[in-house]
Design a protein around this ligand. Structure first.
Ligand SMILES: Nc1ncnc2c1ncn2[C@@H]1O[C@H](COP(=O)(O)OP(=O)(O)OP(=O)(O)O)[C@@H](O)[C@H]1O
Length: 619
């Protein structure tokens, strides 16, 4: 029976981001504004209102300035009172003060809006990340999207909002200043408007090119970051120093940089050349407009005040047109980046609560013809796997590296769903039940268990965090796992662990592993999974752990993965995996009698010990 995986792979974007149709872009624009609005309606309104009102001030200033100049010019001929001049001056000062007030309120609300936005978008990204399946995290594409999404958190949504408001503001300024300048001659305004266009076209074109460059480099940048992180990792520094491959890492890190640099240089070179051409064209057009206005001045058709509107207006119009067109292209570019964020937020989540709720202990687990293939790969890593394990039994999985043991555990614990076949729990199809409710019956220690930089108590209680402050439960799990060393830590169970943060105590590999075992025991589960539980333990600790494990797991299902046959032989039933297929199964005695792959591997390891004993005896 074949069932499609429950959690499908994220759909690929059908078109490259920069080729999406306008309708999609407009939808992204409205979603972005929705993000901004929800982050802080109050600051959104305050920012928009202050910006729009402030946009009308340049025209008001120009006009009052013109009136003042004309009055001053007239005063030379008499007939203008000092009071009239002072009134105009007072209006000009009032406009300035009002402008500063608007600017102050606008900047403050923008800053607070940006902060709220950063928080709310980060929160959405983290919410999304916590709803993604384990499968998604094994996929490089998801990582790329996650990284891109994080990069955009700070600036992009706010950029879209401020640019959109800026666009409306620029329109207000342009219309009002344009109306004043139109009085100076028909050609003046169009020429000045035209002069702003080349620069904007160039900046837009290279803005998109810059985006495409970054997007192409995302994967390589991630590799480069990874290489850098190897050189700055506290856990890897020993291995890096001993093998002395710092130079190799640095060289690879630098080669990525050189690749990025070459692309950047090319972009900067082209952008500078085009930018220079654009400013030349713009200067010529302004020169032409100035010549036309001077012609009218020579004919005595315009006043000094009008001329001041022209001179000051040029800068104003140019800056505003620049803002307007840059605003459009800025919004377009920011929306390209926002698509990355939306791509990530739109990844399908796995609903761990979907399905019937499992309750009560798991008494049997049965794999019926189970097969599995990792997404985006073309090879089945498990094929036709059949076995049954019941309460009170310990089942051991044996096999060489890459045989499929951990993958089988991922299926059993519902982190992944089989590509084919069925898993039955107490005779019922596991897929009927919600993964979370089934997982509550399971506890596990992974090969790469977590070393959480938190207190020892939290490290244990994370398995069922609601019981963190229940009396004595953490202590009893610690005792069962033989992790009593925590009593000797300066603050006992409350000692912060790890060396990432101040005051943290670092533990040895075996001590961390014992805490992870305590975490496993902390959850009152009916299925216990031990993936290499003794790898970091010393010999005495290992035999103690295995004895304890035998005693404590009698009324449960125990699944054990180990490369140590001294551990494996204690299991009731042993399954030997080879290349994703079960090649042998039975008890230790049965498998030894069979004299197949298990017996060969067992004898190989036993001979290793035997040889060691012979050597030590002969010394
Ligand atoms: N996320 C993944 N994507 C694609 N292939 C994977 C992934 N994880 C594991 N594999 C492949 O699946 C196969 C089984 O891997 P698995 O980790 O289950 O082996 P294992 O028996 O647990 O090995 P080990 O003893 O080394 O822990 C291997 O060939 C491995 O390359």
């Amino acid at each position: 029976m074949t069932r499609p995986p429950r959690d499908k792979q994220p759909p690929k974007t059908p078109l490259p981001n920069d080729k999406l149709p306008l309708s999609d872009r407009l939808r992204d624009l409205s979603s972005t504004l929705g993000l901004v609005w929800r982050a802080s309606p109050k600051h959104s309104v305050m920012y928009a209102a202050t910006t729009l009102i402030a946009s009308a001030l340049p025209a008001a200033n120009l006009y009052v300035g013109k009136l003042l100049l004309d009055e001053v010019a007239q005063a030379a001929g008499g007939g203008v009172t000092y009071a009239a001049l002072l009134t105009l001056l007072a209006i000009q000062v009032a406009l300035g003060v009002f402008g500063s007030l608007l600017g102050t309120v606008g900047t403050a609300s923008q800053q607070l809006l940006g902060d709220s936005l950063q928080h709310s978008v980060s929160r959405r990204i983290l919410d999304k990340a916590s709803g993604l399946s384990v499968e998604s995290f094994e996929n490089a594409e998801t990582y790329d999207r996650l990284q891109q999404a994080y990069r955009e958190v700070g600036s992009r949504p706010l950029g879209v909002a401020t640019q959109l408001v800026g666009l409306a503001g620029a329109a207000v300024t342009l219309v009002s200043v344009g109306a004043l300048m139109a009085r100076l001659g028909v050609w003046v305004l169009p020429l000045i408007l035209l002069a702003s266009v080349p620069g904007v076209i160039v900046s837009n074109r290279f803005g998109v090119a810059g985006y495409q460059m970054l997007r192409r480099q995302t994967h390589d940048a991630r590799v480069q970051n990874y290489l850098g992180s190897l050189l700055t990792s506290d856990t890897l520094v020993k291995e890096v120093r001993l093998f002395g491959f710092e130079g190799h890492l640095l060289e690879r890190w630098r080669n990525y940089y050189l690749g990025f640099r070459k692309t950047l240089e090319d972009l900067v070179r082209r952008r500078s050349a085009w930018g220079f051409g654009a400013s030349l064209a713009s200067a010529l057009l302004i020169g032409l407009a100035s010549a036309l206005i001077l012609r009218r001045a020579a004919d005595g058709q315009i006043s000094v005040g009008d001329f001041s509107i022209f001179v000051l207006g040029i800068a104003q119009v140019q800056a505003t047109v620049g803002n307007l067109l840059n605003g459009v292209s800025g919004i377009y570019q920011n929306l390209l980046y926002m698509r990355n964020l939306f791509d990530f937020l739109e990844l399908p989540s796995r609903d761990l609560d979907a399905g019937e709720v499992w309750s009560g202990p798991i008494d049997t687990i049965e794999f019926v013809n189970v097969g599995f293939r990792y997404p985006l790969t073309d090879r089945d890593v498990l094929r036709g796997v059949n076995f049954t394990v019941t309460r009170g039994q310990a089942l051991a999985l044996v096999g060489e590296n890459g045989a499929g043991k951990t993958t089988l555990v991922k299926l059993l614990t519902r982190l992944f769903e089989p590509s084919s076949g069925t898993i039955l729990l107490n005779g019922m199809e596991a897929s009927r039940f919600s993964p979370r409710s089934v997982q509550k019956q399971m506890s596990i220690i992974f090969q790469d268990f977590g070393q959480y930089q938190m207190s020892a108590r939290e490290n244990v209680a994370l398995a069922e965090i609601a019981r963190l402050s229940e009396d004595g439960v953490v202590e009893s799990a610690v005792e069962r796992a033989g992790a009593e060393f925590v009593d000797d830590l300066p603050e006992g169970l409350n000692t912060p662990l790890g060396r990432l943060f101040q005051g943290g105590r670092q533990l040895s590999g075996g001590q961390w592993q014992r805490l992870a075992l305590a975490r496993l025991y902390f959850r009152d589960a009916s299925v216990l999974v031990f993936d290499e539980p003794t790898a970091a333990l010393d010999a005495r600790a290992e035999s103690e752990t295995i004895e304890a494990l035998r005693a404590q797991t009698l009324d449960r299902i125990t699944l054990l993965i180990s490369h140590r046959f001294s551990t494996v032989r204690l299991a009731d039933h042993i399954v030997v995996l080879d290349g994703g297929v079960i090649v042998e199964s039975g008890s230790h005695a049965q498998l030894m009698a069979r004299d197949g792959q298990y017996a060969a591997l067992y004898n190989l390891q036993a001979r290793g010990y035997g040889a060691a004993e012979t050597v030590s005896e002969s010394v």
